[in-house]
Design a protein around this ligand. Structure first.
Ligand SMILES: [Fe+2]
Length: 209
């Protein structure tokens, strides 16, 4: 991703969403919400209120920048790779799914790798500003498919932009951190069998309490 694209995308487009949202919510009840609550409330069960687009696009871009790093990309490792392999059959099969979603998305939007129903990993598309939070999914990875994300660098070659994302830009550590955070409040289907030592330790502690 070129310096020019980053400067324009982050400095103008993202900034524009922030400025417009701040103007829209000034002196309204919406000021007291955090951004995620604001998205859910203004989504209004599929009948979005005017602030929804700017609120969601602010969140989407915050999330997207955190998904990228210089010299990133390649294959993930550890639990991220394990879960992808378990869900999609292989890392290559996941990449194929994601690239297919990204190349076939019509118009502007986003492609996501999300956790759905607590344990299932899914590749999903969203149009315009919509993101998986409004479906109660937990996003782990995203790719911006608005033309402002790639037109300067690749013009109409969206596929080249998607390849660059996979080859050089994905921050898999961020994805792993998001997965770890998700574990804090959902089960992820892992069965944790406590060791005999930890049970004995707990009993010992409770005896003294
Ligand atoms: Fe964007």
């Amino acid at each position: 991703m070129s310096k020019e694209t980053l400067e324009l995308h982050w400095g103008k487009h993202h900034r524009g969403y922030v400025d417009k949202l701040n103007k829209q919510i000034a002196n309204t009840d919406f000021e007291r919400y955090n951004l995620e609550d604001l998205i859910n409330v203004s989504y209004n069960n599929g009948n979005p209120q005017p602030i929804f687009n700017n609120a969601a696009q602010v969140w989407n871009h915050d999330f997207f920048w955190d998904t990228l790093r210089p010299h990133g990309g390649k294959e993930p490792s550890g639990q991220v790779l394990d879960r992808i392999t378990k869900q999609f059959g292989s890392y290559d099969a996941f990449v194929e799914d994601f690239k297919h979603a990204a190349t076939t998305l019509f118009g502007s939007g986003w492609v996501w790798l999300s956790l759905k129903k607590d344990t299932e990993l899914v590749v999903e598309k969203s149009l315009n500003a919509i993101n998986p939070l409004v479906w109660d999914h937990i996003p782990l990875l995203s790719l911006d498919i608005w033309e402002h994300a790639y037109y300067l660098d690749f013009q109409n070659e969206r596929g080249a932009y998607i390849n660059m994302f996979f080859d050089n830009l994905i921050n898999w550590e961020a994805v792993e951190n998001r997965l770890n955070r998700a574990k804090g409040f959902i089960g992820l289907g892992d069965i944790i069998i406590p060791s005999v030592e930890s049970i004995q330790e707990r009993e010992k502690r409770s005896y003294y309490v």
